[in-house]
Each structure stands twice: as structure tokens, then as C-alpha cells.
Design a protein around this ligand. Structure first.
Ligand code: ATP
Ligand code: FE
Length: 337
């Protein structure tokens, strides 16, 4: 069964074609318009989605080596995300389904980030996490510890009470004068810095929840104080600042993840969301794995940030159950699972 999936929750327009759970194509158009603004501008994002969506879908179908007549179902990201952005993908999917008389499948964007672990590329070398597993979902908008019971039953057991981990990276990068999104740049600069050069305050939060706004504030004040003495403080210490900041964020993430695993007894650990591209976090998970006897799953880089492949694979499991939605399904900006 060929499924076409559309993702448009934030600032990436993406379309993918799957044959069951096997990926045939995944096209992502990034939006450059936001760079000048230091963050995603919602109105510009939805306009760019409108420009991108038809060529992106065309390319996905072409790259898959099929024709439009082969498609048997249409999936789309229903939320959470930016309302204007979601509306473009949702409307496109509905129109496509209506015109071609196909079933529609709505997909939750956060569940889809977790489901990226089930995207099959090569049937012979395919490893998937066994249920139940714990997924650390760290993206630009969310930081959650998710207990994954099955393909469609996920439970958030911990989450940030303020900023997301990706937001912490991006906001601190902005304070240092780095362009948006700062996460990947901090990662790159951190590689040549000393992670023990500086210390920043750590949150004290109960249970498996996170907090990152205190770190951001402490970083801001730290820089402000040092800039008074040395106006070139940031330039002089950029790599060390990035390495120390990155270490702080990773320490916070790892502490609760280890706690969640120990308390629940679940040792199959997966990583998802854009921040899972971070090399420091990947290393930290690998070293925790040998210490804690974890079996670790880290998705391919292309499937960590926003993409339609994760929407398509989520849709496939809903398709198997006949779990479709109607033309009246409205997108939603915020929700949990
Ligand atoms: P959500 O899925 O919660 O709606 P999103 O889709 O905007 O948010 P993603 O695309 O999953 O988020 O991830 C983007 C985030 O990942 C950004 O904050 C970016 O800075 C961060 N990021 C990407 N690569 C790295 C990296 N190597 N190190 C740290 N952060 C990174
Ligand atoms: Fe996302």
C-alpha cells in the first residue's frame, strides 16, 4: 500500500511516499526566510509552505518511482505546531484525498517523532526498539520523557515546565550572537572547547520533569557580568562557552532519563527530535548505555528533525487498524499525546 504523507507543522515543508513501512522518498524543503529574524516567523512560514507544497509533493511522488494513481491513503500532521503552517498541509491533504477519493489519516507530530524509529530503509538490517521503551523526545518545542507502550499508546512521564532543550540551545546561541537555529552551531563549536571551563546553575525539579529557563537566565547574567570587564569575552571564549553550556544541557537531560529508567526498570532507551542530532548527547547516551546496561536506539539524522517520513510510518500503523479521520478534522496548535 502506497501512502503519501505531508508534514508542515513548523518551518519545513515535507512530503514522503511509503510502501507500507518502507520509505520510498522523503523530500524536505527548508525555509531560509526566517534566518534574518532569529526565529521562525509564523506568517512567513505559512506563506512559504504554500509556495513549497505542490513542488515538494511532486518530487516525493517522482522520487518514489510511482504515479499519483498508485497512492492509496493520504496522511498529514494535524498538530501540535504553528496553526498557519498546519493549515497548509492539512488543507492540501484534505483536498488531495477528496479529489482522489482516498482515506485520510491524521498524525500527531510528537508521536511521529517517536515513530521515526520504525522507518524501514533496508528490510535486512532493521532494528526496532521493543515495547515498552523509553523515548527522550528533545526538539525545538518539546522536551519529554515518553513511555512508549505500543505504536499508538504513548505516555508522557516527564516534560519541561518551561523551555524545551532545543529552545535552550537556540536562545543561548542568540545571546552569544550566533544565527538561528543555534543548536547545530553550538554543537560544532563545543567540539573544540573545554566543557569544564564554566559552570552554570542547575534546576531542582521533582520527578522526571525538566526546566531550562533558569539555565538560560544564568547564562545571560554570566555573560553580562563578564562583558563588563572584557567586551570581547564572548569572542575570546566562544568554544569553551559552547562546550560548557552544551554539557549543562546534556547533564540535565541525562539525569532525569537515568532516573526514569531506574525507577521504571525499562532499559530500552530511544532518542528522538531535532536535539538528538547533538553529538554530545549521543555520546552521553552511549556511555550511559554501558553503565546502565541500556539498549540504545538513535535515529538517522535525517529522521530526527521535522520530516514527512515519520508521519508516513505513523500513518501506516493507523492504516492497518482502519483508523482514519474525516474531512472535518481540524488542526490543533497545542496538545499532549
Ligand atoms: P517540535 O517538534 O517540538 O514542534 P521542532 O520540530 O521545531 O519542534 P525539531 O525540528 O525536531 O524541532 O528540532 C529543531 C531543534 O533542534 C532546534 O532547536 C535546533 O537548534 C535543535 N538542534 C538541531 N541540531 C542540533 C544539534 N546538533 N545540537 C543541538 N541542538 C540541535
Ligand atoms: Fe518537530
Amino acid at each position: 500500500t502506497y501512502i503519501l504523507a505531508i508534514e508542515s507543522s513548523c518551518d519545513d515543508t515535507s512530503a514522503a511516499v511509503f510502501c507500507n513501512d518502507v520509505i520510498l522518498s522523503n523530500v524536505v524543503a527548508n525555509q531560509k526566510v526566517h534566518e534574518a529574524y532569529g526565529g521562525v516567523v509564523p506568517e512567513l512560514a505559512s506563506r512559504a509552505h504554500q509556495q513549497n507544497i505542490v513542488p515538494v509533493v511532486h518530487k516525493a511522488i517522482h522520487d518514489a518511482g510511482i504515479t499519483i494513481d498508485d497512492i492509496r491513503a493520504v496522511a498529514f500532521t494535524r498538530g501540535p505546531g504553528l496553526m498557519g503552517s498546519l493549515l497548509v498541509g492539512t488543507s492540501f491533504a484534505k483536498a488531495f484525498a477528496l479529489a482522489r477519493n482516498l482515506p485520510l489519516i491524521d498524525v500527531n507530530h510528537l508521536q511521529a517523532h517517536v515513530m521515526a524509529h520504525f522507518i524501514k530503509e533496508d528490510a535486512d538490517h532493521f532494528r526496532v526498539p521493543a515495547f515498552p521503551f523509553i523515548c527522550l523526545l528533545v526538539s525545538g518545542g518539546n522536551s519529554q520523557i515518553v513511555m512508549v507502550h505500543s505504536h499508538d499508546h504513548m505516555e508522557v512521564i516527564g516534560q519541561t515546565i518551561d523551555d524545551a532543550a532545543g529552545e535552550a540551545f537556540d536562545k543561548c546561541a542568540k545571546v552569544m550572537g550566533l544565527p538561528y537555529p543555534g543548536g547545530p552551531l553550538i554543537d560544532k563549536l563545543a567540539a573544540v572547547g573545554n566543557a569544564d571551563a564554566f559552570k552554570f546553575s542547575k534546576p531542582r525539579i521533582d520527578g522526571f520533569d525538566y526546566s531550562f529557563s533558569g539555565l538560560k537566565t544564568s547564562f545571560l547574567y554570566f555573560l553580562r557580568d563578564h562583558l563588563k570587564e572584557n567586551p570581547n569575552f564572548i569572542e575570546d571564549n566562544k568554544a569553551d562557552l559552547c562546550a560548557s553550556l552544551q554539557k549543562s544541557i546534556i547533564d540535565i537531560l541525562m539525569e532525569k532519563l537515568v532516573l526514569a529508567s531506574r525507577q521504571t526498570g525499562v532499559r530500552t532507551i530511544a532518542l528522538a527530535g531535532g536535539v538528538s542530532a547533538n553529538s554530545g548527547l549521543r555520546n552521553a547516551i552511549q556511555s550511559a548505555a554501558s553503565r546502565e546496561k541500556w539498549e540504545v536506539f538513535i535515529p538517522k539524522f535525517a529522521y530526527t528533525t521535522d520530516n514527512a517520513a515519520m508521519i508516513a510510518v505513523s500513518a501506516y500503523f493507523k492504516y492497518l487498524k482502519g483508523d482514519f479521520c474525516g474531512q472535518d478534522a481540524a488542526p490543533f496548535a497545542r496538545t499532549e499525546f
